[in-house]
Design a protein around this ligand. Structure first.
Ligand SMILES: [Zn+2]
Length: 373
């Protein structure tokens, strides 16, 4: 495991940003500490759908389908089960220029926002430029950032209440881990998790000092690897397939490559081993992680069109639960992002099911914690 040298990190949010973040959070949280329920808010950005050319490879319609499937699963629960946790769905806000500029080049952001992109840039990302695309790309970042702000604000407010599980939130989108400082590729214009991490480190300097990114998409989180290469405050862990690099392999803080056609057992044993390793090292460390991002791509499935691993639905469910056990044990806030999942021959059902399960399992995990109290 490559571990970076730590340096002091001092950064202050602008007063306006910080005030608006606090107002946004405190207007929605219950202050009644006796009526505690585990927190789980889900953001979604399928309202910003983009009209792509026919037979475009990007599965645009999966976002709305995943949300509807997930809301259906939650609605099927009894009222008593639904009331165990504080769960709600919110539309993802659009990230601002200043938020994007914590991570990406101002010139790149400007050119994207105004449609001043070369054909090659559009080809690398995989989308023709459109105003709808601008809203979609900025909401992909905004939802992840809003989820992160919610959990960090709540966590900061509740620091004196040591018996409570850490808050979780999710974005039914995002996980666009192939975006770099001044370029994008692989359907990633901006890196939502990177922007969220950078903004949070500035806005919550006393609560959130070190961030862990666990990227379980079948592709390497190459953008985030480079964006945080020299940043000791963000640790990038990518578990991916050796035969699936979009472009040049980059160096995450921890890269674990799995073979083409990797099976359930190898995958789960490897993930379990490395999560335990991170947990044990974190326990000994003076600089512990304060926040976790989980990129939950389901392109590890055997049925995925672009992935080259051979995982079953059952294994992806077990993967998710390993991640939730780990996050609960770490006792820090968690933000779940969507990542890749590509239907083969228009067979959407297994991809939608796997993505929806990622979020539903988190909901169920928190419900179980509450019911066992
Ligand atoms: Zn992927």
């Amino acid at each position: 495991m490559r571990v970076k040298v730590s340096t002091a990190f001092v950064s202050l949010a602008t007063t306006a940003n910080r005030r608006s973040a606090i107002l946004r959070a405190s207007s929605t949280f219950s202050r009644d500490e006796t009526a505690f329920k585990p927190f789980f808010r889900l953001y979604y950005n399928d309202v910003y759908e983009v009209n792509l050319p026919p037979r475009h490879r990007f599965p645009m319609k999966k976002y709305a389908q995943v949300r509807h499937k997930l809301q259906g699963l939650i609605n099927e629960l009894s009222e008593e089960q639904q009331n165990l946790i504080d769960c709600e769905f919110c539309v993802s806000p659009l990230a601002t220029f200043d938020e994007l500029a914590t991570t990406h080049s101002m010139e790149y952001i400007n050119r994207f926002l105004t449609g001043d992109q070369t054909k090659e840039e559009q080809r690398n990302v995989g989308f023709p430029w459109s105003q709808q695309g601008v809203d979609r790309a900025t909401s992909s970042v905004g939802g992840t950032l809003a989820a992160a702000r919610d959990v960090c604000q709540l966590w900061q407010d509740q620091q004196h209440l040591t018996d409570r599980p850490a808050p979780w939130a999710a974005h039914v989108a995002g996980g666009t881990h192939h975006a770099f400082y001044d370029r994008g590729e692989g359907f990633s214009v901006f890196s939502d998790m990177a922007v969220a991490a950078n903004v949070i480190l500035r806005e919550y300097p006393s609560t959130i000092r070190k961030v862990l990114m666990v990227d379980l998409d079948v592709h390497q989180g190459n953008g985030n690897a480079v964006l945080f290469e020299k940043d000791p405050n963000v640790f990038t862990f990518s578990l991916h397939c050796v035969g699936n690099y979009f472009s040049k392999k980059e160096d995450s803080d921890l890269d674990i490559e799995l073979p083409i056609e990797c099976n359930d057992q190898t995958y789960l044993m490897t993930l379990n081993h490395w999560l335990n390793q991170i947990y044990n090292e974190n326990k000994k460390s003076d600089e512990k992680f304060d926040l976790i991002f989980f990129q939950s791509g389901v392109d590890v499935l055997e049925v995925d069109r672009l992935g080259r691993m051979s995982l079953s639905q059952e294994a992806v469910s077990r993967r998710n639960n390993l991640m939730y056990e780990f996050s609960h044990k770490m006792k820090v806030p968690l933000v779940i992002c969507m990542g890749g999942g590509y239907p083969r021959a228009d067979d959407w059902a297994p991809i939608i099911e796997a993505h929806a399960n990622v979020y539903f399992q988190a909901h169920q995990y928190l419900s179980k914690l509450q019911s066992s109290q």
